[in-house]
Design a protein around this ligand. Structure first.
Ligand SMILES: [Zn+2]
Length: 292
């Protein structure tokens, strides 16, 4: 099913490629932290960056995801190598570990930061942070990068202690005596079982994506995009729901418009109007809904 050693990277302009997850992380660390930062903070960032990419299903190379570029340093590369195979998970699912520049001494949950409350997770609660800053730089959710630096440098904390502080109750796959399983489902992707008569392009249009992306995300299963078999379980990659997209919700299996309207404190009529929905009894998995 999901391959945990590679990630689909979207460079924009239709240029998509598949990268080894560690090589990808080596291109993120010099931008998301810096060479010269304490090794344990760099290792924490490497684990977070890898988990983020795998949970997202695909990543962009600009600030829509985490920044990726061509700079490489010996110490940032060494940090990635030191945590090979280690990923952040909650109840066995790889999580999307948000991180940011610094906070005001306390991190925030997604809803405290003004995001859609559907983004709240038990491991994304506000915690005390030793970064010593007085205001937020970034959204404030998840790991505070300056706080991680302080925990490593001043308090001698290890990368796993740092991660467990900012993401309460998480598991470290590939550590914790939990093997890094090749079949863990990413929290932010969906699974789809291929039905008789399906084609990759028909599945792609149903989920608002392209057959090329589906092929990339499932290339360990699908060798030839024209040959898919009923019963195969494939991953539908989804983009990270970032701050700018907080008003967009991706419909999940079992969702109904009435329940979503209640959850968001609005009415079915308002959602129907906002989203130009022709039949309120027919919303489909993967459909994007605007919230009022
Ligand atoms: Zn902080």
């Amino acid at each position: 099913m999901l391959n945990q050693r590679t990630v689909v990277v979207d460079h924009g302009g239709g240029r998509i490629d598949v990268m080894d997850i560690d090589e990808y992380a080596k291109g993120v660390l010099p931008y998301e932290m810096s060479s010269g930062w304490p090794a344990e903070a760099l290792k924490a960032q490497a684990v977070a960056a890898k988990s983020y990419a795998l949970a997202a299903g695909r990543v962009y190379t600009d600030t829509r995801s985490q920044v990726y570029g061509l700079l490489r340093h010996d110490d940032t590369d060494a940090a990635v190598d030191a945590v090979r195979g280690v990923l952040l998970a909650h109840h066995g699912q790889i999580i999307m570990p948000f991180f940011f520049g610094h906070c005001n001494g306390r991190t925030r949950s997604p809803s405290q930061a003004g995001w859609n409350p559907v983004a709240d997770r038990p491991y994304l609660t506000g915690v005390a942070c030793p970064c010593g800053r007085t205001r937020y730089y970034g959204h404030g959710i998840g790991m505070c990068q300056r706080g991680a630096q302080t925990m490593a440098e001043r308090d001698g904390k290890t990368f796993d202690q740092i991660l467990r502080h900012y993401y309460q109750g998480i598991e470290l796959l590939g550590r914790d005596n939990v093997p890094s399983q090749p079949t863990v489902r990413p929290a932010n992707a969906e699974l789809y079982v291929i039905q008789r008569g399906d084609t990759l392009s028909a599945i792609a249009s149903r989920f608002g994506t392209t057959w090329q992306l589906l092929h990339c995300a499932n290339r360990d299963r699908i060798a030839d995009p024209n040959r898919i078999e009923p019963g195969w379980e494939i991953v539908i990659p989804r983009e990270a729901e970032e701050e700018g997209e907080a008003k967009v919700y991706v419909v999940q299996a079992g969702d109904m418009l009435g329940a979503l309207a209640r959850r968001w404190g609005t009415t079915v009529r308002a959602l129907v109007a906002l989203n130009s929905i022709s039949n309120p009894n027919l919303i489909r998995v993967g459909q994007r809904l605007l919230r009022p």
